[in-house]
Design a protein around this ligand. Structure first.
Ligand code: WTA
Length: 632
């Protein structure tokens, strides 16, 4: 199934062009199906109805686990490394992981969770998170993982949106020198989540917590008395596998829905080809399972491919900035996948932390989540890869389910800051402002995909209209990514960043609307506008322009209060870096904030602000510029 040479790559590209359905059908044939499909593809990008492998019946966990038992029962599937370097790591073989997943499936069943129910997971990066994810998939429940850095409010909003019946959490989570009180946060969230009937709590930090009778159950008690066999529920190809929330330009987060067969096929295909995974390789993706990268490239992709995958509980800088490299050395990692923000943060700590470790096991390096700047790319290539490892710059999204544009390690050309080319099977294109496709090279525009791919999102949970409006109406007949893209003279793609109001902060998507509404909760705030500005480590920093009823007497105190509200309503990742109190915001006559102007001011640009003639009150801009100079 893996493309092993540039000749095979070219053949695959032309196979796809000649017969796209046959191309994907051939990929699908290598999986275990209870019943094969009747039809490969039905699609319509206007109504956003996409079906892959209709009529097929399967369970993704049979493909992740059961099918490997003959050949690799005793091979490590997941090796978990604790936050604290002195705590013992845990390895689970395919056989052991299979048994744990079956056991937890039985626990879920005992609590009356059944096919189609939604289960929310709010957990630290521990093996039990992967076990719970897979157990949901095994019984046919839809998992909704919520990143353990989100606040009680964000958690309860997500639980309520999907009306989850159960919540799986832990007493607490270790991250660096901090403990996140996950159960206490869950308790607060569960005050406003009437759909939750059961909460299963993993003991991790041994923190003192409260357990509510008839609702809360300890993971280890539940697991003690169940069988380690559980026949997988057979799902339709298009049955929902999971929901994962991502921020939008406006309004509440969107529950992106992925379905079973297409997601499965594409996550294995992209994993094997992009990273050029070889049998026996040790693979490590540093993402959190709370994000799509963790779903597709810690859990599903590697397990489907029968790989040994490392799972790390902690953070890159604990106990010091050499932690990643120590893990690479100790585990002889061959394939390493991380985010530009981590690379920049570690680069800033100096080479001493790198030089101590032997990194020669590395063969392939990867990056994801935001554009990687040339300096960080070069440092990664030279200092981490020793100038020998190809870097795969992988562009994709929660909505795409898997990597869409990337070089294939060692097979196709890599170019610093370029994601390079769409994978065989992906038809990407660039659109101009008059909504037509630009076919020439050396141009810039908006990135779209014009043909369906198996792992594309199928809808936004409970709101198909929003799905159509967000992704399929800007350019009718195309999937619109929301990203800008430059195509160079050789036709290579370079992602230039979001063209909407989504901010990518340290590789995490945040919607301006969510943060603004948290700020607006402050008694003294009338209105606020959030924009991103270039930040040397985080990629983007957050700059808030705030109008107050009365100018705060003590701005430090006010700033602190505002950040506290953000932590409460969204989570610590959304804290703002800079706050400027202003008398007004640049608005058009129709009342829309012109963020383009604020973005320029926040980046320190005070001239060349572009056309301001449609502003209701252009003098506002002058006063904001003055204030920004004082603020920097
Ligand atoms: C950005 C993460 C440049 C992009 C997998 C996209 C990137 C958003 C890259 C999706 C990359 C992701 N180069 N930008 N290699 N990868 N992005 O949903 O703006 O968390 O739209 O999925 O991250 O973020 P999400």
């Amino acid at each position: 199934m893996r493309i092993k040479s540039i000749e095979e790559y070219n053949t695959e590209k032309s196979n796809f062009d000649n017969d796209p359905e046959r191309f994907w059908e051939e990929k699908a044939e290598s999986f275990i199906w209870k019943k094969k499909w009747d039809k490969v593809l039905n699609w319509d990008f206007h109504s956003a109805k996409i079906n892959w492998f209709n009529g097929g019946k399967l369970n993704i966990t049979e493909n992740c686990l059961d099918r490997h038992l003959k050949k690799r029962a005793n091979q490590v599937a997941i090796k978990w490394i604790a936050n604290n370097p002195n705590e013992k790591s845990i390895s689970l073989t395919y056989q052991e992981l299979h048994a744990e997943v079956c056991k937890f499936s039985n626990v879920l069943k005992k609590h009356a969770i059944k096919k189609g129910d939604r289960v929310c997971l709010y957990m630290p990066m521990v093996p039990e998170l992967s076990i719970a994810v897979l157990a949901c998939a095994r019984i046919g429940a839809i998992h909704s993982v919520v990143f353990a850095g989100f606040s009680a409010k964000s958690l309860s909003d997500r639980i309520n949106d999907a009306e989850c019946q159960a919540l799986i959490t832990a007493d607490g989570g270790f991250r660096g020198d901090k403990i996140t009180p996950l159960k206490a946060i869950s308790d607060e969230a569960m005050q406003t989540t009437p759909s939750i009937k059961t909460c299963i709590v993993l003991e991790r930090t041994k923190s003192k917590i409260e357990m509510k009778n008839q609702r809360d159950y300890w993971w280890h008690h539940e697991m003690a008395s169940v069988d380690n066999n559980f026949p997988a529920e057979f799902m339709d190809s298009e049955d929902e596998l999971f929901i994962l929330y991502t921020s939008g330009s406006t309004g509440k987060p969107k529950g992106i829905v992925h379905t079973t067969a297409g997601y499965m096929i594409y996550s294995q295909y992209s994993f094997q080809n992009v990273f050029q995974y070889n049998e026996g390789d040790i693979y490590w993706c540093t993402a959190d399972i709370g994000w799509i990268t963790g779903h597709s490239y810690i859990i599903y992709g590697p397990l489907l491919a029968g790989a040994t995958s490392i799972m790390f509980e902690g953070v890159p800088t604990f106990p010091d900035a050499g932690r990643f490299w120590r893990i690479v050395e100790e585990n002889k990692i061959n394939i390493f996948y991380t985010a530009p923000t981590a690379i920049r943060a570690l680069e800033a700590k100096g080479l001493d932390f790198v030089k101590k470790y032997n990194l020669t096991s590395l063969r392939v390096l990867g990056t994801v989540g935001e554009p990687i700047n040339e300096d960080a790319w070069n440092w990664y290539f030279k200092e981490i890869g020793g100038g020998l490892c190809p870097i795969v710059d992988t562009w994709w999204q929660t909505e795409t389910g898997g990597i869409m544009i990337s070089n294939l390690a060692g097979i196709t050309t890599a170019k610093p800051t370029f994601a390079t080319l769409p994978l065989p099977g992906i038809k990407a294109c660039i659109m101009d402002d008059s909504n037509s496709e630009i076919n020439e090279n050396d141009i810039e525009g908006k990135l779209c995909i014009k043909y369906p791919w198996p792992s594309m999102a199928r809808t936004i949970y409970g709101d198909h209209k929003r799905f159509i409006d967000t992704y399929f109406s800007t350019f009718p007949g195309y999937y619109f990514s929301g990203d800008g893209c430059f195509k160079n003279k050789d036709g290579l793609f370079r992602i230039t960043g979001r063209v909407d109001d989504v901010l990518i902060i340290s590789g995490h998507n945040l919607g301006t609307a969510e943060i603004e509404s948290a700020i607006d909760e402050h008694n003294n705030v009338c209105e606020s506008a959030i924009v991103g500005y270039p930040h040397s480590i985080k990629g983007n920093g957050i700059y808030a322009f705030i109008i107050c009823h009365e100018h705060p007497l003590n701005t430090d105190k006010s700033n602190e209060e505002i950040n506290k509200l953000i932590v409460k309503h969204v989570g610590p990742i959304a804290k703002v870096d800079k706050i400027q109190y202003v008398n007004g915001l640049p608005k058009t006559r129709s009342g829309k904030i012109m963020r383009r102007i604020l973005r320029k001011i926040a980046s320190g640009e005070t001239t060349n602000l572009g056309d301001t003639s449609t502003l209701l009150d252009p003098t506002i801009v002058e006063s904001i510029i003055k204030g920004s100079i004082n603020n920097n």
